[in-house]
Design a protein around this ligand. Sequence first.
Ligand SMILES: Nc1ncnc2c1ncn2[C@@H]1O[C@H](COP(=O)(O)OP(=O)(O)OP(=O)(O)O)[C@@H](O)[C@H]1O
Ligand SMILES: [Mg+2]
Length: 372
Amino acid sequence: MHVRSLRLAHFRNYESLEVEFHPQLNLFLGPNAQGKTNVLEALYCLSTTRSFRAASDEEMIQFGREEGAVEGILQREEGEETIRMEFRRSRNKVLWVNRKKQKKLSLLLGRLPAVVFSPDDLFLVKGGPALRRRYLDMTVLQMDQGYLTHLQQYDRALKQRNSLLRQRSPGTESQLAAWDQPLARHGAALMLKRGEVAKRLSDFAGQALRDLTGDAERFEVRYEPCLPWEGLESSVAEKMLEALAGARREETARGVTVVGPHRDDLGLWVNGQLLRKFGSQGQQRTGALALKLAQLSLLAEGCHTAPLVLFDDVMAELDEKRQAFFLNRLRQGGQAFLTGTSPHDFSAASKAARIFSVELGRVQWVQSGPEG
Ligand SMILES: Nc1ncnc2c1ncn2[C@@H]1O[C@H](COP(=O)(O)OP(=O)(O)OP(=O)(O)O)[C@@H](O)[C@H]1O
Ligand SMILES: [Mg+2]
């Protein structure tokens, strides 16, 4: 499967855009602030309905406009498919598949999996747990549609509980108890799934790091749940209910829910040491790359199709050996989209790619690339 073409209307700095991609390798070159990352962002919207960098959808609508749209034509084995996302200010976005309006945005998840590589990936290692939870959740979501329901229901229960706890009025105890059940039930489902996926990610990330370092380093991704658990979903839910009961006093004092997977983390370890604390810059960077490569492998396996690879500005950071490694990886995988400011960053890739130049919200072919 691949994206044949992309159309944008009032999206970021694109008034309008229509562009046809190469089925394998696409390269976007241009100076800073011209619209390269915006193209990757649009592709990511087709994959997940949202941006990988904007906090809200509205940010993606062109300044001064009320609406913006992203439309992609996918070439699947079964035939062609058109996906269209419309973003509107102060209103919900709308999804169209083959010109039919869709009620559920979640329909899109997993149909066109995508992995973004960006210099910000370093924060996966150096930043707080929220980023790692998001990485884990975005991986699971693309493979398991049921996960979204648990995530949404858990979030709802958590918000309700927190607002009750914040009120600190004595009459809220029974209402609070009523939210314990859904919190524990959906929380348990999240924890089990996260544990399972973290294990697979660890295997793949370990392999990726061995490949990247020539077998020199051992990488481990450990799921660090908010409370230790083992066994079946029902017993995990029991455990969580017990923990909630035990934490009641603390929760009332602090006015916030202190037990649950909203406090989970992923521990990243290299050669038995915590990467965040003891890793060198280079090791941290490589660790972040390994995490993304693991996501790529896992999604390929879980979605039964090679994910889109969106490679934003990372080539320049890689030494020659790693560039070669990546290009080799990309060749085995699905369709890839790379951005950079200089053709020199892509010496090896540029022969095999369709090359576009990006300037002030305009995209032009520079080279068509090998016949698909
Ligand atoms: N909602 C918006 N409406 C109009 N323009 C926008 C909007 N959001 C961002 N832009 C503009 O889009 C431009 C290009 O953004 P983009 O991030 O794609 O650049 P880039 O080519 O990737 O640059 P760099 O090489 O620095 O990463 C920026 O100058 C920004 O001001
Ligand atoms: Mg950019």
